[in-house]
Design a protein around this ligand. Sequence first.
Ligand code: UFG
Length: 341
Amino acid sequence: MTLPSILVTGGAGFIGSHTAVALAEAGYRPVILDDFSNSSQRALDGLQQILGYTVPCYTKDCNDHAILLDIFQRENIRGVIHFAAFKAVGESMQEPLRYYRNNLGSLITLLEVMLEMNVPDLIFSSSCTVYGEPAVLPVTEASPVQPATSVYGNTKQVGEEILRDVVAAGKPLRIISLRYFNPVGAHPTGYIGELPLGVPNNLVPFITQSAAGLRGPITIFGNDYPTPDGTCVRDYIHVMDLAEAHVAALQNLQKNSGNNHYDVFNVGTGQGASVLEVVQTFEEVTGHKLNYHVGPRRAGDVVSVFADATKSREQLGWTAKRSLREALADAWRWELVVNRP
Ligand code: UFG
């Protein structure tokens, strides 16, 4: 039996590579397209170790119409999960045109090729950043979308609008945007994980690199927020849970959605954790004492955001299964593998 081929753009990246595993486990054939501008061949080697075969990978630009068309034809693509995008908030403020061209250009090109090739199903990577600083917690999909505070965040908002508009125009497309909360962790085998370039911006890779001796002490960005312990609260979700949400969304589109459909879903655990709780949980799980101090607030941080994931549970049959403890243990295992001499 031929397995349905799913194009995973950005499939060598952190979430993309884990989603390739989840797709393969669910009986799909992932086909990766990645330009390796912010990812590494290591992810492909890791996939090979986990799956026992080489996942097809095209080292190409997702903005190129002819290249996409060729891959769709050659690989008989039946659906798309679109991760490929620039994602550095600070950099996006310095280079807005590069961000808009890359993140929105690739989405538009992809949609054109999907229509040309009669491939209706698309899962789009969106972000809880669309909710800004929410007035009410937890956030549901009906919570108001707030003006973006970064160019990166705006590419996600405008991306969602493009998708809504193209479906509203009656095009034969079935699309789900997944609004991710904070993905952390790694595959439990330790073969794939996050590979941030340079000094990590995100909390968990900074923690694991600090614990491994690659970085100095952790700075906690502010402890005077209106939260129980004064540090910011986020919804940290294990990357394999997030990966499995993509498969659930794809299956939902293929089963239930007629031939013209757009919807959005939160992908979070429903639990908020503070920065201090993450630090303390890491210490408990790994037995490593972390060296940290409190510094000033980081510009642009929201105080608290965590998901109401009821809609995903009820309509996609998906719910997060893994705990923060598991995610941190897996992130640490991955860090040890990455740093093995
Ligand atoms: N934090 C620290 N010290 C660090 C790093 C982070 O205290 O060294 C704190 C932050 O202030 C924040 C929390 O840890 O309170 C989480 O920070 P991350 O950078 O890990 O995650 P964010 O919630 O800021 O970022 C996430 C995504 C981004 C996205 C952003 C806005 O990772 O891609 O949400 O939606 F842009």
